[in-house]
Design a protein around this ligand. Structure first.
Ligand SMILES: NC(=O)c1ccc[n+]([C@@H]2O[C@H](COP(=O)([O-])OP(=O)(O)OC[C@H]3O[C@@H](n4cnc5c(N)ncnc54)[C@H](OP(=O)(O)O)[C@@H]3O)[C@@H](O)[C@H]2O)c1
Length: 311
């Protein structure tokens, strides 16, 4: 059987993405074949597509972008005991998610509750699991953190919304940066909103006379130095988006995650989404053949929310 996938054979702008008909992938050990219902765009997808992170002229083989996926299990590979054909799941794909059919490692999937639409479900995995990971790193892991004040830079973004909601659920006082137009969105998540940009340190100090204990930088837009000034130390700041800034200031840059931890965190986020304790970002859908437009819209901040491809 064949199905459609988005791929690129050379690095470049959104124009290098092409829709091709390919043989359905075959699930290997511990994998399942998914019929994709929705695949969300993450900034890493277009960062990889540009080649800026590669150091070579072209990817070694045609590359299907994407990690986040929600879909239906269509076939089960050897060694998969906990998923069956027909199960509705969300998580991360193994070799790209912008396609009608993909394989995914079962360990990277959790069941999708009926109450969560596929489009919303696909918007969750990278954002939520990253948020759980970085809060652990900041000492805001499971437990009561009443009395701790956290600043989240980029609080209306895909990672930011989960970092804010989880920290608030754990008792922390959260101040979240966003543009003017997203101040109310950040407030609705349980944080005190503040506009990012020049003068951030003074604005945050006015909102937090008690001081800021820890800070998370999710935007990669140059706020790291301000966050170190606010907490008083690089040891109490984590970034997921500013690698050079982290190197320069001695701040922890966090990436990647243990699949078992991520599965546990994703399952926890899904329970909270299903019972209304968490809300997803707004979701905007695009057909698969507009993947380039969706990536470009995300890169240039043209469309707010999580951009989701629907095959
Ligand atoms: N290292 C990791 O493990 C990891 C994991 C996930 C993501 N990331 C990285 O983290 C970054 C954010 O990812 P995402 O998926 O959350 O992106 P996103 O959903 O596109 O959100 C980006 C957010 O940045 C905000 N923003 C724009 N300009 C800003 C500024 N000058 N100061 C502060 N915030 C600003 C935007 O807020 P407004 O719309 O209000 O302007 C937007 O909500 C990306 O660089 C991504 O590659 C890293």
């Amino acid at each position: 059987m064949t199905s459609r996938a988005v791929q690129y054979r050379r690095f470049g702008g959104p124009e290098v993405l092409e829709v091709v008909e390919r043989e359905d992938p075959v699930p290997g050990d511990g994998q399942v074949l998914l019929a994709v219902r929705a695949a969300a765009v993450n900034p890493l997808d277009w960062k990889l597509r540009t080649g800026a992170m590669a150091g070579t002229d072209a990817p070694p083989e045609p590359t299907v972008p994407g990690y986040d996926v929600a879909g239906v299990v269509e076939a089960v590979g050897p060694g998969v005991a906990d998923l069956a054909v027909g199960d509705e799941v969300l998580g991360k794909g193994a070799n790209g998610s912008y396609a009608e059919k993909i394989v995914a490692d079962a360990v990277r999937l959790v069941r999708k509750p009926a109450a969560l639409a596929f489009e919303q479900a696909s918007s969750v995995p990278v954002g939520a699991t990253t948020a759980y990971r970085v809060l652990d790193l900041l000492g805001l892991g499971e437990g009561d953190h009443t009395g701790t004040t956290l600043v989240v830079d980029g609080a209306s973004g895909a990672v930011g919304v989960y970092a804010v909601q989880l920290a608030v659920a754990r008792g922390a006082t959260v101040i979240g940066t966003a543009s003017e137009k997203h101040q109310d969105d950040v407030r609705a998540l349980g944080a005190t909103p503040v506009v990012y940009g020049d003068g951030l340190v003074e604005r945050v100090r006015a909102l937090a006379p008690q001081g800021v204990d820890v800070a998370l930088e999710t935007a990669g837009k140059g706020a790291l130095r301000d966050l170190v000034e606010l907490t008083g130390s690089p040891d109490t700041v984590v970034t997921i988006a500013d690698y050079p800034g982290a190197q320069e200031l001695g701040v922890t840059f966090s990436s990647g995650g243990d699949p078992q931890d991520e599965r546990r965190w994703l399952a926890d986020a899904v329970v909270r989404l299903a019972d209304g304790r968490f809300r997803t970002t707004t979701v905007v859908t695009y057909p698969l053949d507009e993947a380039g437009t969706a990536q470009d819209d995300n890169q240039h901040g043209r469309v707010a929310g999580k951009l989701v491809l629907v095959p």
